[in-house]
Design a protein around this ligand. Sequence first.
Ligand code: ADP
Ligand code: MG
Length: 704
Amino acid sequence: MENNENIYELFGSMVFDDAVMQEMLSPETYAQVTKTKEEGVPLTREVADEVAHAMKDWAMAKGVTHFAHWFQPMTGVTAEKHDSFIAPAGKDKIIMEFSGKELIKSEPDASSFPSGGLRSTFEARGYTAWDPTANAFIKNGILCIPTIFCSYNGMALDKKTPLMRSLETLNTQALRVLHAMGHTEVKRVTTTVGPEQEYFLIDRKVAAKRPDLTYTGRTLIGAMPPKGQELDDHYFGVVKSRISEYMKDLDRELWKLGILAKTKHNEAAPAQHELAPIFSAGNIAADHNQLTMELMKKIAEKHSMKCLLHEKPFAGVNGSGKHDNWSIGTDTGINLLKPGKTPHDNLEFLVFFCGVIQAVDEYQDLLRMTVATAGNDHRLGAAEAPPAIISVFLGDELTEVLESIRDGSDYQNRKREIMETGGVDALPNFTKDTTDRNRTSPFAFTGNKFEFRMPGSSLSVSGPNFILNTAVAEVLSGYADILEKRGDTPLDKAVYALLQAVLKKHFRIIFNGNNYAEEWVVEAEKRGLSNRRSTPEALLALTEEKNLALLEKHHILTREESHSRYEINLDNYSKVINIEALTLLEMIRRSVIPAVDRYICQLSETAVHKKKAAASASCTMEKALIERLSKGVSALYIDTEELETLVHSAKEIEDKQEQASFYCEKVLPMMNDIRKVSDEMETYTPKDLWPFPSYGELLFSIQE
Ligand code: ADP
Ligand code: MG
């Protein structure tokens, strides 16, 4: 960073934000836009026109000539279609134009984005619609308008639409609860989200020599290097200067976009790092995380590195996750998941806290579904990330508080007091949880927020968050029904009774122990918690009546939309494994087998030469090695033939669920078998003959 650069000016300099709008729009228009942002009031065409003109003037002053509707289709990456501001103005003349109409709506040819049957290719029209709650920004010299993406008949084709819908329903139900509890001053409730992002950085030249990294983002073969992460010397270790330059550059670019990049450090595995932003509103955080991932990759290229966002780029080394820190807050500045100082403050806290616990228990399958991808399957349950079983960590103190409510018993000898006040003061007093954090929990309460730790590193946080928001909204709507009709019952008594009933039913989801332990799997089964190990199994949640009904009831996804997502995700899973299998086939057939054969040939020649030179020379080593390697290449040959047959069979299966299961149960294990043999061959083949950079060269590719 230039020394005298003004950070205050840099921050948000590429964002058409509130300050810019206030400066460039008429007071009436600015007021209208603010109302739209805060209360969701639709904009008139006149207002949109004025905003569009201001956006264009602002962008052109920064040298921008093009705009794009920026959206998040179901592919998982972001998409944009560029248009210029240019318009003809009489003979040989042009003007630069951007109208409210162009701002509000665009019709990209949607036929090649996944729609899961919602829109057949001949009905290619889909449209993007401006989301005025998110600021427009300039990226790569293009004015980007954040939009949602729908089919012509209004079906959601993107990740943002259900998230926006879920924020609305959560707001409605949370307000009902708060109002029923007397907090009529609260006008809006939103989620706050801070996604921690893990990633790997590898030297680009080294990475480019691995077809598997190029095509699939992960290594499909590769023997463990002598040193992995066992010394724990990478975690929070000194950052290498090349990495540090990268991180500085990244921060700078993120700040320009108004993204609050805050913490950065080395992670557990060699070459692994993490970036955490300061939390922001749920929909903004999702947009910002998508932009962060995009910039991470782009800036890595600039620094001659490759940024890997895959969940498991290297076997035997920690994979990358994305911790979704999530809370609920009011427009009056209250974090509803932060324990208060007095029992009375704790009333709201306990209601929302228990609401989340109940929601996670009731909709554990849906939540599990949101993190199901081919990449994440390698991570969940591999003793580095939580298993596929959802449970909630609360820490000892809060668990005891909830136990006392459930059992109607005293907390910290307050029984007498409670009896004296006739239950009015029945809710125990406690302060912020001080217990150690449990790093193995998939869903942990960390003092003032929950941290969902199952999402994989490349996932959009929209998925987990829209489900979480909706499930919590559903539970809160039940609470509101009860609290609104409590009649003469004092509020704390009504709350106490409500929470007692909730806790009697949902305590099974609370688990403070080691989630990586074998015993937990057994214990969880006893508790009736679900454990859907693979993606095909987990995705079934999107076909189950209870879940479809929930999403339909809260207008998040129609049944048709749910079904389309189920199909898109299944299809994506099968496609990913298909590409991996084909890549592995190519690497083994065209590079590994020939390399090992070359070595066998060398060994044979050596043996012959040895014998020629000295008849008594021993060739035991050469013979043994030749035998071992020949056995290996034969196995590789047979297994790759088999893998090819399996891939062909998979392609023939028409039923999508069956097809995904086939990839999971047949193709993946065969790939693992091949890998095992190949990795053994690697350890016996000379470095100069092995066709690919080793794990050691990849993981320690950045030394200075
Ligand atoms: P760690 O989990 O690594 O100990 P921190 O306590 O620094 O990390 O927080 C991790 C993330 O949680 C950060 O992105 C931070 O902004 C976010 N966070 C903190 N408070 C909240 C909140 N109330 N709502 C949502 N996210 C939050
Ligand atoms: Mg964390």
